[in-house]
Write a protein that binds this ligand. Structure first.
Ligand code: NAD
Length: 471
């Protein structure tokens, strides 16, 4: 365990707490740090600091706010190696992936800092000027999960601050260290109170969503928690953005070059150890190429190195936390007991670290839990289909609608299928292309609202119409 004290950032200063909790390295199960467990009074302090800072920040000219957010992005980028090592230690992901995540977070801050907050001039005559502009909401709370702790925090920090809000950011209790480190970096860049980072256990999230001093909750996490947040936010009609779970379908048509695509499709499902909201979680493969793609995926899976993310050459790390690990073990046990056959993996061998094998299931029924539920771990069901109508209906038969992808050669047919898919992002012959200027929204129970793009930026504002009578 590191002796370095880990602190929260409240009102621009380091803050410890009376109570603490341990952060565990999921590859070794060793405690790596003790982290402040914020009290209700400390949450109040953070919210009060953000409230006090709000009028000044709102009045700060947009170019200056943009410049400070850009500087934060540049500093995070400059600290990539330090932050990536912290991220791997707490999250488990391979160091190379951690570097990519920190780089993406820095990029997001810098890019969003370049976005403008538009003013719509509705009328401009000698008698009247009418404009609709976008004013900040006030204090935003950002609540982030453990799968991409820094990347997903950046999606919230950047638009909230650029549009003139102040922020209270809460990382997952499983992965607070990299986010707390970013709070530390921000102390030297942003004026006090603008950007607060507090850590805590299971009680802190509900305190935040019920807090009357918070105007908006921007949440990324599970659909179950999203529902709880929506309920809690109803009391004072807080604005909410909810980015929730997914059960994304990939549809592989019979004219796809399945041997060439196999590595791409493998990572579509297993990147970040499949702990990825947008991971392909149901792979529908046309019956004419099913056996070929299955063979190519199994052959590729055998070459992939699963291990401690800190070790050179690791491509997939452990499952991030014990609860998630137990859930994956139980899902695999139940699937085997129910007669589902695995083409790869399927059985967890207990040992040190929360490791589960890459598991590929052979055409389980659509109502099997490993198909119908979001596993959020390395279990991929391969599902055989016969016709386009059939596969569209099966892909859409889900409470989720986050992402989807279609793979094949005939542009018209690919487009026709894509047009019928119920998902916030649909990719054709590509996947996981995300960018600061591309709207990202969950349909159905995958979310409420949008992140990224102009709509994502404006989600941190209220429209305000100004009518000026002249003469
Ligand atoms: P989670 O919902 O358990 O926790 C997410 C965050 O919410 C954590 O910080 C947690 O402490 C906090 N939290 C938990 N209960 C709360 C409550 N009642 N009130 C307020 N806050 C609360 O999710 P997780 O297990 O950390 O993450 C996995 C889930 O996140 C998956 O379902 C995944 O699909 C989803 N996810 C979605 C996206 C997206 O953009 N749509 C991205 C990544 C992950």
């Amino acid at each position: 365990m590191s002796d370095e004290p880990v602190t929260m950032t409240i009102d621009g200063r380091a803050a410890d707490a009376a109570e603490h909790f341990d952060v565990i390295n999921p590859a070794t199960e060793a405690a790596v740090a003790r982290v402040p467990d914020a009290s209700q009074a400390q949450l109040d302090e953070a919210v009060d600091a953000a409230r006090r800072a709000f009028p000044g920040w709102r009045a700060t000219a947009l170019p200056e706010r943009q410049a400070l957010v850009r500087r934060l992005g540049e500093r995070i980028g400059a600290e990539t190696e330090w932050l990536a090592r912290i991220l791997t230690t707490e999250q488990g992901k391979p160091l190379a992936d951690a570097r990519i995540e920190i780089g993406a977070a820095a990029y997001w801050l810098i890019e969003v800092a370049g976005q403008d907050v538009p003013v719509e001039i509705v009328t401009d005559t000698p008698e009247r000027r009418i404009e609709t502009r976008h004013v900040p909401l006030g204090v935003v709370a950002a609540i982030v999960p453990w799968n991409f702790p820094v990347g997903l925090a950046a999606w919230k920090i950047a638009p909230a601050l650029v549009t003139g809000n102040t922020l209270v950011l809460k990382p997952s209790p499983f992965t607070p260290l990299s986010t707390l480190a970013i709070g530390e970096i921000a102390r030297d860049i942003l004026p006090p109170g603008i950007f607060n980072v507090i850590s805590g256990g299971d009680r802190l999230g509900p305190w935040i969503t019920a807090h009357p001093g918070i105007d908006k909750v921007s949440f990324t996490g599970s659909t179950a928690t999203g529902r709880a947040i929506m309920r809690s936010a109803a009391d004072d009609l807080k604005r909410i953005t909810l980015e929730l779970g997914g059960n994304d379908a990939a549809i592989v048509l019979e004219d796809a070059d399945v041997e060439a695509l196999a590595p791409r499709l493998f990572w579509a499902a297993f990147a970040n150890n499949a702990q990825f909201c947008l991971a392909t979680k149901r792979m529908f493969v046309h019956e004419a190429v099913y056996d070929r793609l299955a063979a190519a995926l199994i052959a590729y899976a055998a070459t992939v190195v699963v291990g401690d993310g800190a070790a050179e050459g690791t491509q997939i790390g452990p499952i991030q936390n014990p609860a998630q690990y137990r859930r994956i073990v139980a899902m695999l046990d139940a699937a085997r007991a129910g007669g589902i056959r695995f083409l790869a993996g399927g059985t967890v061998t207990p040992g040190t670290g929360y490791f589960a094998p890459i598991s590929i299931a052979d055409n389980p029924p659509d109502n099997a839990p490993i198909v119908a539920e979001e596993a959020f771990g390395p279990i991929l069901p391969l599902l055989k289909f016969g016709s386009d109508d059939e596969v569209v209906a099966r892909a859409n038969a889900s409470i989720y609608g986050l992402g989807a992808s279609v793979w094949g050669r005939d542009p018209a047919r690919l487009q026709a299928i894509a047009d019928r898919l119920e998902a916030g992002t649909v990719w054709i012959n590509t996947i996981h292309e995300l960018a600061p200027h591309l709207a990202f929204a969950g349909h159905k129970q995958s979310g409420v609202g949008v992140e990224n793009g102009l709509a994502g930026l404006l989600a941190y504002t209220n429209p305000q119409t100004l009518v000026v009578a002249r003469g």
